[in-house]
Ligand binder design. Structure first.
Ligand SMILES: [Zn+2]
Ligand SMILES: [Zn+2]
Length: 298
């Protein structure tokens, strides 16, 4: 049982929590701004599994299906297409994982900062008690990242990061390219099975017939699973961008306090450019502009 003294200390601590001037002032910019990487064991394992699954698909596509193929044109065309899509998928994964999703500066709920916001009477600011920051509108706290994230959609262990305002483009591209390579794999597996049924099974692969069948069935299973999973995720993301409502806002059925924009305006906001080829490139960094995240509605 806790003594009254204990309870009193807890109450004192909680009361102190609510005082903005009790927050630790944020570190000066530039010193703590290293590379963004979430040190979460589960996320790191899931991220490594993603890369290994793509490498497995790469191995089967190249050494079981394309190298033994009789048609050089078929092998070169599909080899280039598969490798290009796999490269773009992994590059998107890399950028989704290592891009700051829109983290609010930790510990910025200081007296000076709140005064600097020059709030009008009646304006309300929300303070996150976990990371001691002033939450901009539409920001949510992520318990894995231990930060408040602007326009947080969800925390995805497969990219070991939150999906938020700054990295949603890379996440959308990641799901799209994984869906495309999965579909491409499945089409090639069907063609290869047909080719093996017509030809002698010993000639259609450099591996033994049982090994070939097992490798192809495993790839088929992987392709089907990820095609369904990533297409659903891609569709959900596109829907949430078009409706300008994050996954969390849809779940919580939050009251809309932000101005509704058109689909194209929302797409432009996420992809950071007017419609162009840059939308499909994980190397084109979106230009999100310099809008003030602390615009509170009275
Ligand atoms: Zn927080
Ligand atoms: Zn997170």
């Amino acid at each position: 049982m806790r003594s009254p003294a204990h309870r009193c200390r807890d109450i004192e601590r909680q009361a102190g929590y609510l005082q903005p001037d009790q927050c630790v002032p944020p570190p000066p910019r530039g010193t703590a701004d290293g590379m963004w990487f979430i040190q979460d064991g589960c996320g790191i394992v899931c991220g490594v599994i993603t890369w290994l699954l793509v490498f497995y698909a790469e191995f089967v596509v190249l050494f079981v299906m394309l190298v033994p193929s009789k048609s050089l044109v078929y092998s070169i065309f599909n080899g280039i297409l598969f490798n290009a899509l796999a490269f773009l998928a992994l590059a998107s994964h890399f950028r989704a994982m290592l891009t700051d999703p829109g983290a609010v500066q930790k510990g910025n709920a200081t007296k000076e900062f709140i005064e600097s916001l020059q709030l009008k009477p009646g304006q309300v600011v929300y303070k996150c008690p976990k990371c001691c920051s002033i939450k901009p509108d539409r920001a949510h706290h992520c318990s894995v990242c231990k930060r408040c994230i602007r326009k947080m959609d969800h925390h995805c262990p497969w990219v070991n990061n939150c999906v938020g305002e700054e990295n949603q483009k890379y996440f959308v591209l990641f799901t799209m390219y994984i869906a495309l390579i999965s579909l491409h794999c499945l089409v090639m597996v069907v063609f290869h099975f047909l080719y093996c049924f017509e030809e002698d099974w010993t000639k259609c692969s450099t591996f033994s017939p049982p090994a070939t069948v097992i490798l192809l069935i495993l790839l088929c299973f992987e392709g089907l699973l990820f095609l369904i999973f990533t297409s659903v995720m891609f569709g959900t993301q596109v829907h949430s961008i078009c409706s300008d409502e994050t996954g969390i806002e849809q779940l919580k059925r939050e009251e809309r306090r932000w101005a509704k924009k058109t689909k194209w305006m929302n797409m432009k906001a996420v992809f950071g450019h007017p419609f162009s080829i840059a939308w499909l490139s994980p190397f084109a960094t979106p230009d999100h502009g310099k809008s003030d995240p602390y615009q509170y509605v009275v």
